[in-house]
Ligand binder design. Structure first.
Ligand code: SAH
Ligand code: SF4
Length: 345
């Protein structure tokens, strides 16, 4: 592929400028994008309604995705598939495709590794390697669509795979924008969720963009002393600042915040923890999503057995609470796990 650029990274303006500079009419953009995003073609030579010289010029400047699917593991009930993807530089990431009542959703990775280092998460275990480009994030959705072999298309996405998306802010926003574009994936912003460990300044930057996406904040603890341990980013941005940023997000965008809370046996699952959580988020336009902890090799923390009592306390305190449906446990669908398993002999 030489020194070519991934065409998935280009915006409409950039594609238009490229076409114009070579004397091609602007409607070619729509044709090229249709091949890439609708027909899922990765070879410019297959774009048969383009003139030969344009195909050659495209080939000289661009490639379509550097990503290759190395392995697909499907859960036994077929609801979840995990794709292990090799990027052009050989780094590996993973993407999970999930089937919900309303259609297919894809869980997108935003970085190779993660700087935050939450002790229960496989993604941060190997440290941080690099940010993904917007094109590498889009390619994950294309790979998921391709894996459906015409039986459906992804209609929503969550940026909850490997990495901290707000630590890769510009590429993330470019990705959301391109995913929304109707000549590309045409996904509604309301069908996009970004999950963050709580990078406060970037939450405020995201709020300022006023995109009607859902923001999920990985809380996991309602006191600073516990959260400092579970989500080490809390040492830089403690709960008071995080809750203030969440409030600002709600008031600027009008969107309800989701607070993620992974219940860990005897760590953050006492009924007192539930009451502290209720006090922390009371009055905010939000709901709490209780996540069952997925087992990670080498991590001694285990899944709580107090989920129902914990949820009941929140409900009593009139906090909206949902319990995340268990998806794909039999295929290691938690954050970073497949990559880690395959990376180790
Ligand atoms: N870095 C971002 C997004 C990726 S992690 C964040 O932390 O929000 C996506 C979600 O998976 C987070 O809520 C994270 O806390 C959770 N998670 C990570 N490891 C997990 C595990 N072993 N079991 C259950 N949830 C986990
Ligand atoms: Fe990073 Fe999120 Fe994993 Fe924490 S939970 S290490 S922030 S990917």
């Amino acid at each position: 592929m030489g020194q070519t650029v991934d065409i998935l990274n280009l915006s409409n303006c950039e594609l238009d400028a490229w076409l114009q500079a070579r004397g091609h009419p602007s409607y070619r953009r729509k044709q090229v994008l249709s091949w890439v995003f609708q027909q899922l073609v990765t070879d410019f030579n297959e774009m048969t309604n383009l003139p030969q010289n344009l195909r050659e010029e495209l080939q000289g400047s661009f490639h379509v995705e550097g990503s290759r699917v190395l392995a697909v593991s499907e859960s036994s009930d077929g609801s979840t598939a995990k794709l292990l993807i090799a990027l052009q530089d050989g780094q590996k990431i993973e993407t999970v495709r999930m089937l919900y009542k309303f259609g297919y959703s894809v869980c997108v990775s935003s970085q190779v590794g993660c700087k935050v280092g939450c002790p229960f998460c496989a993604s941060g275990a190997g440290g941080f390697v690099r940010n993904l480009s917007a094109g590498e994030m889009l390619a994950q959705v294309l790979c998921a669509n391709r894996s459906l072999a015409g039986s459906g298309r992804v209609s929503s996405l969550v940026v909850m795979g490997m990495g901290e998306p707000l630590d890769n802010f510009d590429n993330l926003v470019r990705f959301l924008d391109l995913a929304h574009d109707r000549e590309r994936l045409g996904l509604s912003y309301r069908h996009m969720t970004v999950s963050t460990a709580g990078l406060v300044p970037r939450i405020l930057d995201l709020a300022a963009l006023r995109l009607p996406i859902t923001l999920a904040i990985s809380l996991h603890a309602a006191t600073d002393s516990l959260r400092d341990r579970l989500v080490p980013l809390n040492r830089a941005y403690p709960l008071a600042a995080l809750i203030e940023a969440a409030d600002a997000y709600v008031s600027t965008t009008g969107r309800r915040i989701t607070f993620e809370y992974a219940l860990i046996q005897d760590v953050n699952d006492s009924l007192e923890c539930a009451r502290q959580l209720a006090r922390l988020v009371r009055g905010m336009k939000c709901h709490v999503n209780l996540i069952p902890l997925n087992p990670v090799e080498g991590v001694s923390m285990s899944r709580s057995v107090r989920r129902d009592e914990f949820a009941a306390v929140l409900a009593e305190e009139r906090i909206e609470v949902t319990v995340r449906r268990e998806l794909g446990l039999d295929i290691d669908a938690a954050c970073g796990q497949l990559r880690r398993r395959l990376a180790e002999p």
